[in-house]
Write a protein that binds this ligand. Structure first.
Ligand code: UD1
Ligand code: CA
Length: 453
């Protein structure tokens, strides 16, 4: 039985942030979940996550949570984690270590078994070992891990570093944790001291050298966060491409972890696909589209536009330069065109708002055509932020630059004349004209000139 422990209770000073370090997101997902993913399959006895009081427990569904009250060091955090634990082996990783994959951990676990070790950890070669624990050896033999702040100048030049991933026989771990002290430069209980003590006590301590080289081991600041994001972004893009999605200029795309995209969809340059967005097949997205928490159905296009928390049915066309705010439903074959803002509205099959409109809190029927410049005046001015609804039934034609003063109903098949201010219900199949009548003053210009001499 193997239990995994993921350490995430540190404060992360070097992030200079109010937000706990392990909650900083990489491709739309808190970094600690990548670390959890790397160990959870190997851990047949479950995962324990150690967090501090500033981290909400609820986000860790399915995992055991332990709270470390004070960040007294990684050794103390593991002590908190094993309280009440019953297991044979303990696999430990840090929550700021999102680049390790399941395969890396499996390789390490197999090594641990083959070498019959009591204790082992993963080391790696780092071009820039600054701030990382250095692996000190005598000849080839492991001696200890020394932290940057405690290292001598000779130790600081060592490029073999501790990646922060460990395996312990549980019985040994319990005893070792009792023996570590906080007599070091940072005044912390270092988990790494458990390896030195194990070695001194004659236990079998093995070092698994990671067969690959990563650009960073652990995220301590926002520069390292950006390096990790670049790598994880590349993995996400590759997964979609291998599934049959065409992605142009991948270096210009931000596609988050939870986004789903079906095959034969094409993503043009400069897109942000975020949150729990799903894009079905045969869509063309971009260039320069931001889509957040939305569903885009087959055959739809979204160009140079923003779509937030909305459902877009099949064969819809959005943009260029549309702003689809939250809670819209576009049923099918709907067009939301250039410089159009829509909010909390339903557009039934075939409805079109091609240019320069604001449609909010409206229910728009089938094949309705909304002329350029039309505005729904949904603001009620009463009861705080209450908005009034507009209902436009099937086959209505709204003339250009109509002002629709809600609450309002426009019945099936009706027309409004261009430039009308519509304040009353329009009956079925009727034309509503609500504008001042034009007066032509014949010869007015010539008369004016005559007066002025
Ligand atoms: C640690 C290792 C170092 C290794 C590096 C790899 C120690 C003493 N040092 O250093 O050898 O090279 O990781 O990234 O272990 N944490 C807690 N409670 C605490 C302190 C930390 O849960 O009291 C958690 C943090 O949230 C973090 C992880 O442990 O996820 C590592 O802590 P951090 O302070 O980043 O350790 P490093 O100095 O990077
Ligand atoms: Ca770290």
């Amino acid at each position: 039985m193997i239990s995994a422990i993921v350490l995430g209770a540190g404060i992360g000073k070097r992030m200079h942030s109010q937000l706990p370090k392990v909650l900083h997101k990489i491709c739309g997902r808190e970094m600690i979940f990548y670390a959890i993913d790397s160990v959870k399959d190997v851990a047949d006895n479950g995962v324990v996550v150690v967090i501090n009081e500033a981290i909400p427990k609820e986000i860790f569904e399915g995992y055991e949570i332990k709270v470390q009250k004070k960040p007294l060091g990684t050794g103390d955090a593991v002590k908190v984690a094993i309280d009440g634990l019953d297991t044979d082996l303990v696999l430990i990783t840090t929550g700021d270590n999102p680049l390790f994959e399941r395969e890396d951990i499996l390789g390490f676990y197999n090594f641990f078994k083959e070498t019959n070790s009591d204790v082992a950890f993963i080391s790696a070669e780092s071009d820039d070992p600054t701030n990382l624990g250095r692996v000190v050896r005598i000849g080839n033999e492991f001696l200890k891990i020394v932290e940057e702040t405690d290292a001598t100048n000779e130790e600081k030049v060592i490029k073999e570093i501790n990646t922060g991933v460990y395996l312990f026989k549980f019985e040994q771990l319990k005893k070792l944790l009792e023996k570590i002290s906080n007599k070091n430069a940072q005044g912390e209980y270092y988990l790494t001291d458990a390896l030195k003590i194990a070695k001194e006590e004659g236990l079998k301590v093995s070092v698994y050298k990671l067969p690959k080289k990563l650009p960073i081991y652990g995220i301590n600041n926002r520069y390292e966060l950006s390096i990790a994001e670049k790598i994880i972004q590349e993995k996400i893009l590759k997964k979609h491409m291998l599934n049959g999605v065409t992605i142009h200029n991948p270096e210009t795309q931000k596609i988050d972890y939870f986004v789903e995209i079906e095959n034969d969809t094409e993503i043009l340059p400069g897109c942000l696909l975020e949150g729990k967005t799903k894009i079905e097949s045969n869509c063309v997205i971009g260039p320069f589209a931001q889509i957040v928490d939305s569903h885009i159905s087959k055959g739809s296009t979204v160009k140079q536009s923003v779509v937030l928390s909305s459902y877009v049915g099949e064969n819809c066309s959005i943009g260029p330069f549309a702003y689809v705010r939250p809670e819209n439903l576009l049923v099918k074959n709907v067009k939301i065109g250039t410089f159009v803002e829509v909010k909390k509205s339903k557009f039934d099959e075939g409805a079109k708002v091609p240019h320069l409109s604001y449609i909010g809190d409206a229910t728009i029927g089938k094949n309705v055509n909304i002329g350029a410049g039309t505005i729904t005046c949904n603001f009620s001015g009463l009861e705080g932020n209450k908005k009034n609804p507009t209902y436009i039934e099937d086959d209505v034609f709204i003339g250009s630059h109509s002002t629709l003063v809600a609450p309002l109903v426009i019945r099936r098949g009706a027309y409004t004349a261009a430039g009308s201010v519509i304040t009353q219900e329009v009956p079925e199949d009727s034309l509503a004209i609500a504008r001042a009548q034009q007066v032509n003053k014949i010869g007015w210009v010539k008369r004016r000139k005559g007066q002025n001499g």
